[in-house]
Design a binder for this molecule. Structure first.
Ligand code: FES
Ligand SMILES: [Fe+2]
Length: 351
């Protein structure tokens, strides 16, 4: 099993999910409580009272101004996790404190750092600027997956499955038939997988949203920044169209398909998905169509991976895989995830 890397940033939620009320989500096995403070920033602390572990997200626990009051015996915490009141005594024990999680709110996501807070470096949060950009229109959602996160990484890094699992939506025969190129940038920590189809059928997902008729040129350029952020730069255009040397690309339609792959537990995952397009920005019908189609596609993956998780979990002694060319990107991603999972222990080993 690919271990969940610690000392890493993970997407915990969309910014729009967290308002001035208690919001709970488990990230990498840690139950976390979030709320947006009166002054604007989101705060996050463990969702367990230090007194007897009652979940602070659980009614009758409640938010009063910027303090959370435990619903069991009333321990009260400020937004920085400090306990400010306990019942029946004025002295507050020194250890009555919830350790706040480092957070970054960026590109419409709330990122949380899972691991040793002293190692949190906000400059290392990867970017997905399309999601919060005036030149893109975005639809988004999140589906719960009852499978380990590494199965979703495998799935997203090998798009040849589109032909079989997503036929009639985004899959056409050419996807599986076209070879990929894979590149790994170890220094930047990014896996790139590209598949360029020069003359291919246009699947309904793109035909209906762009209005392109007939055959197309279709490029899929994946950029995966382990562990959490995946961006598929998708370009569709009339056959033969290439970008201009100056980078402009007026005949093409660009769609940025963004996933945040956040482990919930060892065997479940938050599957955040977003589709940002650079055309038909005001067209509500296109937005509705892309949202429904992409959600359907995500649910097809979820159904397949939920089954796969049960199959794999039933073979605890391991199993033999057989990998082929299409798996090159997924295998590169696994190697990076494995070295990330090892890194924190290596760093704490005295030399
Ligand atoms: S469990 Fe929270 S105050 Fe007792
Ligand atoms: Fe898929």
């Amino acid at each position: 099993m690919t271990e969940i890397p610690r000392d890493q940033w993970y997407v915990a939620a969309y910014s729009s999910e967290i308002g001035h009320e208690l919001f709970a989500r488990t990230i990498c096995g840690e139950p976390i409580l979030f709320w947006r403070t009166r002054s604007g920033p989101v705060t996050a602390v463990p969702d367990r009272c230090v007194h007897r572990r009652f979940p602070l997200s659980q009614a009758p626990s409640r938010l009063v101004d910027d303090q959370v009051v435990c619903g069991y015996h009333g321990f009260t915490y400020a937004s920085d996790g400090k306990c400010v009141a306990v019942p029946g005594q004025s002295r507050i024990p020194r250890t009555a404190r919830l350790l706040p999680y480092p957070l970054v709110e960026q590109d419409s996501f709330v990122w949380v750092f899972i691991g040793d807070p002293a190692r949190a470096d906000a400059s290392l949060v990867p970017r997905a600027p399309y999601l919060d950009s005036p030149v893109h229109a975005t639809v988004a959602g999140m589906e719960p997956l009852r499978a380990r996160f590494s199965l979703l990484v495998d799935n997203l890094l090998d798009l040849s499955h589109e032909t079989y699992l997503h036929g009639g939506y985004i899959g056409t025969p050419e996807v599986a038939a076209t070879p990929i190129t894979t590149e790994v940038d170890d220094e930047a920590g990014i896996v790139y997988v590209s598949r360029h189809m020069d003359d291919t059928e246009c699947p309904p997902f793109y035909a209906r949203s762009t209005g392109l008729q007939g055959r197309i040129t279709r490029w899929q350029d994946i950029e995966y920044t382990p562990p959490c952020l995946y961006i598929l730069h998708s370009r569709v255009a009339p056959v033969g169209s290439v970008p201009n040397p100056d980078g402009t690309d007026p005949d093409a339609f660009h769609v940025e398909v963004v996933y945040a792959i956040t482990p919930e537990t060892e065997n479940s995952t938050h599957d955040f998905w977003a589709v940002a397009r650079d055309f038909a920005l005001e067209d509500q019908e296109v937005s509705t169509f892309l949202a429904e189609s992409n959600r359907t596609v995500v649910l097809q993956d979820v159904a397949a991976l939920d089954v796969l998780e049960r199959v794999i979990a039933a073979e605890p002694d391991g199993y033999q895989e057989l990998s082929i060319n299409i798996d090159t990107g997924g295998l590169a991603a696994r190697r990076m995830l494995q070295s990330m999972a090892r890194a924190p222990q290596a760093a704490s080993t005295p030399s």
